[in-house]
Design a protein around this ligand. Structure first.
Ligand SMILES: [Zn+2]
Length: 312
């Protein structure tokens, strides 16, 4: 499936394929929720297809059918065993093993690594060797929303295909076309802002009622700050949520308040709010820096720090 905001990237890929100048490795980047995996799958399906280079897989040949069924012997999908965990070296070793064999039923061997930034250091090093000695007729697609976490040596050996977010107008139109449910425009805009403009992620937020939960979380947080709620109990509750999203929501709310306060009362009043802003950003950085964090402890520390800032 091709989303309306992917047409440029698709056109350029199919042109390269038709002209037989595809790179061995591609990295698809862009914020979460732009359908990177869907685009990668379409690229893979195109090169596995038995029909001569055409701008899309035929869907009817044996290769297309086996790939659609999810068990094509010449395609390897590499991901962590559990969402959010590391991709270990064993997975990359298996991939390399497969790449040394001749293709079974297609003319190409393909692989997708997602999310590529979850590879640990030894997995990255192992992948680098594969990138340094690419076999002919192989296509490796890395998908990453945080390419800055990948070694430069890997990035420099991949063709970068960045996916940009569509305009707000296009995104709103697309969301309205997708769902039976009708959302208020203000809700759609808020969901888009929370998802950095990515329509698929925004739609997920809308259809899962996440905005309601996030608003509740924001209220609970204010209760903690005023001493009316217990941070330890709240930290337990928060661990079930996407913490990046929670922190980002708090950051957005704070930003709105800061803008409003600066306009109404000048800079001096809002010093604590700026400190709080820093505190949220620091916690987000900590959260991104490791895959094996004790989330409850992290949230507790964050709340205690926030309470100290408020009581100053
Ligand atoms: Zn086909």
């Amino acid at each position: 499936m091709l989303y309306p905001w992917q047409t440029e990237q698709w056109r350029s890929f199919s042109l390269q394929y038709e002209q037989k100048r595809l790179p061995h490795a591609i990295i698809l980047t862009g914020v979460n929720g732009l359908g990177q995996l869907s685009l990668a799958n379409k690229m893979v399906a195109t090169v596995l297809c038995e029909e001569p280079p055409i701008s899309a897989p035929c869907g009817g040949c044996h290769n297309c059918q086996v790939f659609a069924a999810g068990n094509h012997p010449d395609h390897t999908f590499v991901g962590p065993d559990e969402s959010g965990k590391q991709i270990k070296i064993e997975k990359i070793r298996e991939l390399k093993q497969k790449h040394t064999l001749t293709a079974n039923i297609a003319k190409w061997k393909t692989s997708i690594i997602w999310p590529a930034e979850n590879m640990n250091i030894s997995a990255s090093n192992s992948l680098l060797k594969l990138l340094e000695e690419p076999q002919s007729n192989t296509l490796l697609i890395l998908i990453s929303i945080k390419p800055q976490l990948l070694p430069v040596t890997i990035l420099s050996r991949c063709q970068k295909v960045p996916l940009a977010v569509p305009t707000n107008k296009q995104a709103i139109e697309w969301i309205e076309e997708q769902d039976q449910e009708t959302y208020k425009e203000i809700e759609i805009k808020r969901a888009l802002s929370l998802s950095n403009g990515a329509p698929i992620e925004a739609l997920r937020l809308l259809s899962s009622n996440s905005l309601y939960f996030l608003e509740q979380i924001s209220k609970d947080f204010n209760h903690v700050l005023s001493g009316a709620a217990n941070p330890v109990i709240l930290a337990q509750q928060w661990q079930q949520f996407d913490l990046h999203m929670v922190l980002y929501y708090l950051q957005l709310k704070l930003k709105q308040r800061l803008v409003k306060n600066i306009e109404s009362s000048g800079n001096n009043i809002v010093i604590n709010d700026w400190a709080m802003y820093d505190c949220i950003i620091d916690t987000t950085k900590l959260l991104s820096s490791s895959h094996n964090l004790n989330k409850v402890l992290l949230i507790e520390k964050f709340m205690v720090k926030a309470m100290n800032l408020t009581s100053r």
